[in-house]
Design a protein around this ligand. Structure first.
Ligand SMILES: Nc1ncnc2c1ncn2[C@@H]1O[C@H](COP(=O)(O)OP(=O)(O)OP(=O)(O)O)[C@@H](O)[C@H]1O
Length: 865
């Protein structure tokens, strides 16, 4: 039976016959135009100009590719000047920005347009961070994206991509390759500079912002012990330090290839895949012409000229609090503008290192290990909500913002710690501004993410708990996934062994199968957006680009991360609905897991886009993978989306099938013996294919990243039913010696397991299979014979009394595909749409409700042999 998405194929071919629509067509046209004009001028300048070369360049994508590469490879490629005309910063039209930018010569080829910081620029203090911030690329969103009716709906979001762990800003080397709008970011970051120059303007601006913020209809109920009032309160550095004397650590951006020369007006750039830190900053969107960078990142051990601090400073504190993390973006807590109402005072008085920010709603004693350190001398500048303390006291929550887990497009993600119960969650903190149009868009995007995520319940999808706003910050509470992203694991423990890849792949497929059954496409599947907990359980995360497909005609938009992006997304700005884009991305992710990099990562910029979009070539399939693994990748990376198997079908692929049985989980944590070889870690040299070919599962497996147990899932049966894992010594996957190595990162924080209940293997799709045994207390799933999922909610939320004001729960009250099992964690069920409206007042359209009921319970199976 022909998959439903095959409808798009005719359109695709039509586009191609028209000379290449979509991004690549646009790029080609621009390049051609640019080259032609260059050719004419060249003739005028010199009689010996080579027409042939010019023509060749204009017409051949490969030539263009080469051009891009050659520039990127210039070792001494020099940063270009910062825009000098700061007054131009008010313009925000991304699509025309490049041409307006003072740093861009009018009439120059788009390929030559790249406003970059000028060395020794007068604002050099900002310059470096600024430049890096420019490369802290993130989402590129198509202008033609139909996700929103709002023509301004573009996700021009925070470029924050600092490496919170090492202190190095990794914007340029972000693992994720989301392309963003360079010139806009430049403007956004120039704003503080301008304000710094003109304190009067800054003061007025700040006052205006506060005034407008007060008008924003942000719910004040609930409380949270965030501590934005102290430079010590957060592991992240003060945004004010952008101006401070403290040097920003050199990032891989400065040590690697500084710039590529290909740029397009309104387009951003994409940083290296497989590099950078673990947030997902690789997704692209924008003016259909994205730029990719292959930054040989410091974070990628195999290509970095500078060893990652991670490799040398494994201590958790060094990963989080050392170094000069310099938030860059003014919206997401990342700039010097956004947090402190008094920042202008600090600037004026030279107190650049200290910035007084509003006190948290209630001052708590600092008793917990994650307790923020409040500045005793800080004067509250924001009136407290009168009811907040009472509300807080009523349920006795003691949630505190802990250490920084990561940075994303929207803001920072912190560990939330309840010092009374000892439980944790992940808190995504997003700063909102009422006078910032882009902030509103960001909030709208977050509202969409919340609306979607709140409807999902699956063990392989990060669980949404709730959200609330406190002052000008939105907090989104998520299941804490202790070990960070697959990308991060790859950075630290590359390569993954085949067994680990198979396990992770199977779980990703499980999540995708569930997600696709709800007609939702993730659109940004990649290692950086897949989290792993200390049990080796994999969770799909970052649903900022996810889209519910509501009808037969659902145009694709240019969203995703270029190296993981399906060809049809690159080639078509509109097309059929296509859940298969996630399958392509999954194939890329498998390659990423095996090699540390996605396919075609050897190409940069436009070259990568051409390779993915236009080339008929197959990417390099990792030799070390088994034949099943290779075949799995080839199945995923079929250019014709209609030929790609569905996630459900892929669950039967031999590469992952064995992980689908009840015995796929390792039942005996046991002592660790030969754990590394059992895992296949380092199998590139040890030949894990042989291990794999034996067709057995290792019985004693230790987690390469956790001292707590197996990297593979425990069945939680038998002796392990309590969900508490037997502490195991950890073996460094790099030494394979079994010697104990201090853990780093989130895992080292000692996650409190949130799965105290019996947790059986779960079904992956709506096939009518019901778990025979599951949680004795609670289960999720659609009514009838559909799959039942365990309550993923940690104890802290289960125990939360009804009506708890702490969480303004956003649980779907309608269109709830969970049917009769609708949950209201905090006792107060509120639609995500409502929160979105609360946040945005009347300025933003609510996210249209959608139906997430599983639509296709019957999915044909594919025979692989
Ligand atoms: N639930 C979680 N548990 C543990 N860490 C998390 C969790 N959610 C996010 N993080 C960490 O924070 C980082 C950024 O989070 P996330 O990617 O969700 O933010 P974002 O703003 O959506 O980013 P982006 O859209 O740029 O990918 C992640 O890479 C991860 O390291």
């Amino acid at each position: 039976m022909s998959p439903w998405w095959s409808k798009s194929s005719s359109k695709e071919s039509k586009k191609k016959s028209n000379g290449g629509g979509g991004i690549l067509g646009s790029i080609q046209r621009k390049l051609k135009s640019s080259s032609e004009s260059k050719q004419v001028s060249s003739r005028k300048r010199s009689e010996i100009s080579s027409e042939k070369g010019s023509n060749s360049r204009a017409s051949s994508p490969s030539t263009l590719v080469g051009r891009s590469q050659s520039f990127a490879e210039r070792p001494l490629a020099h940063p270009l000047p910062l825009p000098e005309n700061l007054s131009d910063t008010s313009q925000v039209d991304s699509g025309k920005r490049a041409s307006r930018s003072p740093g861009v010569r009018k009439g120059s080829s788009p390929l030559l347009v790249f406003p970059l910081p000028k060395p020794n620029h007068a604002q050099n203090a900002l310059g470096q961070a600024d430049a890096e911030g420019d490369l802290a690329t993130d989402s590129v969103f198509s202008d033609s994206d139909t996700d929103s009716d709002d023509p301004t709906d573009s996700r021009l979001l925070s470029p924050q991509a600092s490496d919170y762990e090492t202190g190095n800003k990794t914007s340029a080397n972000s693992p994720s390759s989301r392309v963003t709008f360079v010139t806009q970011k430049k403007r956004e970051k120039i704003k503080p500079v301008k304000a710094c120059v003109n304190n009067q303007t800054a003061l007025a601006s700040s006052q205006k912002r506060r005034h407008q913020m007060a008008k924003l209809q942000i719910p004040k109920s609930g409380a949270f012990f965030s501590a934005p009032d102290s430079s010590r309160s957060s592991p992240s550095r003060s945004p004010m330090r952008v101006f401070g004397p403290e040097p920003t650590q050199t990032s891989g951006f400065w040590t690697g290839r500084p710039y590529a020369d290909a740029a397009f007006p309104g387009s951003g750039q994409c940083s290296s895949p497989g590099s950078g830190h673990n947030s997902g900053h690789n997704s692209v969107g924008g003016d259909m012409t994205a730029q990719l960078f292959w930054q040989h990142s410091r974070c990628s051990p195999e290509c970095s000229p500078i060893p990652s601090p991670r490799m040398t400073s494994p201590g958790p504190s060094s990963r989080i609090q050392s170094g000069s993390v310099t938030p860059l973006h003014p919206r997401a807590g990342g700039s010097n503008m956004d947090l402190s109402p008094n920042w202008h005072d600090d600037v004026a008085t030279g107190r650049q290192q200290s910035h007084r920010l509003p006190l948290p709603p209630v001052i708590m004693s600092n008793t917990g290990p994650y307790s923020p350190s409040y500045s005793t001398g800080t004067t509250p500048t924001v009136p407290r909500s009168p009811g907040r303390a009472d509300l807080l006291a009523s349920h006795g929550s003691r949630w505190k913002k802990g250490r920084l887990l990561g940075r994303g497009t929207f803001g920072h993600v912190y560990l939330g710690f309840n010092s009374e119960s000892g439980e944790m969650c992940a808190m995504k903190e997003v700063t909102l501004f009422s006078d910032d149009a882009k902030s509103k868009e960001s909030a709208q995007q977050l509202g969409q993410e919340i609306a979607l995520l709140s409807r999902l319940r699956h063990p392989n999808i990060v669980q949404y708990y709730g959200s609330e706003t406190v002052d000008d910050k939105l907090y989104i509470y998520l299941e804490y996934v202790s070990c960070g992203s697959i990308h991060k694991l790859l950075q630290e423990y590359h390569p993954l062994g085949e067994i680990a890849i198979r396990s992770y792949t199977h779980q990703i497929l499980s999540g995708l199968s569930y997600l696709h059954a709800t007609n939702t496409v993730h659109r940004d599947i990649k290692g950086a957006n897949i989290l792993v907990d200390h049990n080796g359980r994999v969770k799909l995360a970052d649903f900022g680009m996810a889209k519910h497909i509501s009808g037969p005609s659902c145009p694709l938009s240019f969203k995703g991360s270029p190296y993981w992006m399906a060809p049809e997304v690159i080639n078509n700005n509109s097309g059929g609905c296509n859940l298969a884009v996630d399958i392509w991305s999954l194939g890329c992710t498998v390659v990423e897991m095996a090699t540390g990099k996605p396919p075609w990562s050897q190409y940069e910029g436009v070259a990568a886009l051409f390779k993915v979009g236009n080339s008929k070539e197959l990417p390099m399939i990792p030799e070390k993978l088994s034949s099943d693994g290779k075949d799995f990748i080839l199945q995923c990376l079929q250019r014709n989306p209609s030929k790609r198997p569905t996630a459900t079908q892929l669950l039967d692929h031999p590469f992952v099938k064995s992980f689908g049985s009840s015995e796929r989980l390792i039942s005996s944590p046991g002592p660790i013996t030969n754990s590394m070889s059992s895992l296949g870690i380092g199998y590139a040299s040890e030949g894990v294919s042989a291990l794999h070919s034996k067709g057995h599962m290792p019985r004693n497996i230790s987690c390469p990243v956790s001292h707590m147990g197996s990297p593979l899932l425990h069945s939680r049966t038998g002796q392990n039913m309590n969900g508490r894992l037997t502490p195991s010594p950890i073996s460094s996957p790099r030494t394979i010696s079994g010697s104990s190595t201090p853990l780093t990162g989130a895992c080292a924080g000692g996650a409190i397991p949130f799965y105290p209940q019996v947790q059986r293997p779960y079904p992956h799709e709506f096939t009518g299979v019901t778990l025979a045994s599951r949680s004795p207390t609670r289960s999720f799933g659609p009514p009838g014979n559909g799959p039942q999922f365990l309550d993923p909610r940690p104890d802290m939320f289960r125990a939360m009394p009804q009506g708890s004001p702490f969480f303004q729960e956003i649980v779907p009250s309608d269109n709830d595909f969970l049917g009769n099992h609708k949950e209201t964690y905090g006792g107060k069920s509120v639609l995500a749409d409502r929160v979105s409206q609360q946040l945005l007042g009347d300025h933003v359209k609510p996210y249209p409700p959608f139906d997430l009921k599983p639509t296709s319970p019957v999915v044909s199976r594919r025979e692989w042999n």
